[in-house]
Structures are given as structure tokens and as C-alpha cells.
Ligand binder design. Structure first.
Ligand SMILES: C[S@@+](CC[C@H](N)C(=O)[O-])C[C@H]1O[C@@H](n2cnc3c(N)ncnc32)[C@H](O)[C@@H]1O
Length: 251
């Protein structure tokens, strides 16, 4: 990304991250060269401003999308141990890819769990299950993770999901949560809010994006309050530009 006269220009790799359906660097270069995506060459490299990318991607995906600045997460030093339940573990199956057969990944969409398998999460145990109604006994897991998945669950169900997570965690077990800062809607025309993401783990870098309908607000304080209502203790919190990280403990 380069900033010229207060305008942020994104390069081809960064543009590729903003497509939900996946688009290769070659096709994006072609769109830029043919003028379908309006950009410009700076020092022999193609760039395009965010507004043009949003418009172009929006047309291709058939929906109006707002993109945050791309974010990077390094999971190499994350402390996750024991038997782990991953909530909404479909999609990229990031926690499954990271922790393999220590993980039970649940998702209420079979297709999302199949997608995770294709994305390289081959070892986690995948079960079709609703996070609102976990089919496990109390005190079953050492840790529960939710990697950009609570943002996909309606707010009216959050308390139920947190209660279920609390129930299946063992005493002193931890809920480790990454989620999106979703501000009040500022642009009435944009329907979807997307966070483009580079995830670094082991020896690979995963480029993806997580998007949700822009019809609600949430931030770290909302989750801290929610956690307290189900008696979680907050043991770690980090606020990044577009997302946050929380580690909560069952007491
Ligand atoms: C896109 S994924 C989030 C990213 C994912 N954790 C990863 O590693 O890439 C969010 C998932 O949550 C799932 N989901 C939404 N509501 C759910 C619920 N009530 N119970 C279980 N899964 C749910 C969706 O089907 C979706 O696959």
C-alpha cells in the first residue's frame, strides 16, 4: 500500500485479498491493463485506490462491499494447548490447520467444514453442530477458540453461545477469541463489511477475508461485557486497528 496525496493505493497482491470469491494476480493485472479496474502504474507496478477496488469487486461479487485496511495476524506464538473446540471452524479452518488433531471443529454448515478440509485443515475432527446447542458434556475442553466466527452469529444469540462455551470448558479453561471491530454504519450504500487478512502460521501465509452484513455494531467492550455476564475472567486483551483479541478464563 502506498499513500499519495492522502489517497491509499493498493498493489495487485493486496487487491487479490479483497476478493471473496478468489481472483488470481494475473487476472487482476489483466483487469488493470484493460482498464476494467481503474488503476495506475507507479514505478512500473500496478496500483488502484480503495474506492475503485470496492466498486469493481462489488460489481463482480454482485453486492456493495466496504473493505477495512488489510490486516496481518501472526499465529506462530499463540498459546493454545490441550483439547480445543473451534467454534465456526469452517471456511479456512485456521485453528484446525494450526493445531491439527487437538482440535474439534464445529460449524453448522457442512459445506464450510468441507471447505476447511480443502483449505488444508485435514486433521481436525469436524462435526456439524450449532454453537447455540453444543452436544458435549460439561467441562470437556481445555480451550475453546473462535477465530472471526462470532461476527457471523446474530447478536441476539451471542449470550446463548457464550453460555454454551462456558459450560463445555473445564474449570480454568480458556476461550480465545479474535473478532472484528464493526463500527456504526457510515455508508448507507455498503451492505457488506469485509476485513482482508494475511494470516501467518507455521511456514505458510494464508490470504483471506472475513465479511459480514453491515447491520450491527460490535467492539472489544461489547465482548468484555458479554464475557462478564457469563462469569468469564478477562486475562488478556489486545486492540488492533480493525480487530481485537481476547483471552477469557472460566472461573
Ligand atoms: C467464515 S467462518 C470464520 C472463519 C473460520 N473460523 C476460519 O478459520 O476461517 C465462520 C463460520 O461460522 C459458522 N457459523 C455461523 N453461525 C454458526 C452457529 N450458530 N453455529 C456454528 N457455526 C456457525 C458459519 O457457517 C461459518 O462457516
Amino acid at each position: 500500500m502506498r499513500e499519495i496525496n492522502n489517497v491509499r493505493y493498493y498493489d495487485i497482491l493486496e487487491i487479490a485479498e479483497m476478493f471473496i470469491s478468489g481472483e488470481t494476480e494475473d487476472t487482476i493485472r489483466n483487469h488493470l491493463e484493460t482498464g476494467k479496474l481503474k488503476g495506475k502504474k507507479i514505478e512500473e507496478e500496478w496500483y488502484a485506490p480503495k474506492e475503485n477496488i470496492e466498486e469493481f469487486v462489488g460489481k463482480k461479487e454482485g453486492i456493495k462491499i466496504f473493505f477495512t485496511n488489510p490486516q496481518e495476524i501472526n499465529l506462530n506464538n499463540i498459546n493454545l494447548n490441550g483439547r480445543i473446540l473451534d467454534i465456526g471452524g469452517g471456511g479456512e479452518g485456521i485453528i484446525g490447520q494450526l493445531k491439527g488433531d487437538n482440535v474439534v471443529s464445529i460449524d453448522f454448515r457442512k459445506s464450510e467444514l468441507e471447505e476447511a478440509l480443502e483449505a488444508g485443515d485435514i486433521e481436525s475432527l469436524k462435526i456439524i453442530m450449532d454453537a447455540k446447542d453444543l452436544k458435549f458434556l460439561d467441562n470437556t475442553f481445555d480451550m475453546v477458540t473462535a477465530f472471526f466466527s462470532i461476527m457471523y452469529i446474530p447478536k441476539s444469540d451471542h449470550k446463548k453461545v457464550f453460555k454454551e462455551i462456558y459450560r463445555v470448558l473445564r474449570e480454568e479453561g480458556e476461550l480465545v477469541l479474535w473478532d472484528l471491530k464493526l463500527p456504526k454504519k457510515t455508508n448507507e450504500k455498503k451492505e457488506i463489511y469485509v476485513i482482508p487478512m494475511k494470516i501467518q502460521m507455521k511456514n505458510k501465509k494464508i490470504i483471506t477475508g472475513y465479511g459480514t452484513r453491515w447491520n450491527k455494531e460490535q467492539d472489544i467492550n461489547y465482548f468484555i461485557e458479554l464475557a462478564k455476564t457469563v462469569r468469564f475472567k478477562i486475562i488478556e486483551q489486545e486492540l488492533e486497528e480493525e480487530y481485537f483479541f481476547l483471552r477469557l478464563q472460566k472461573i
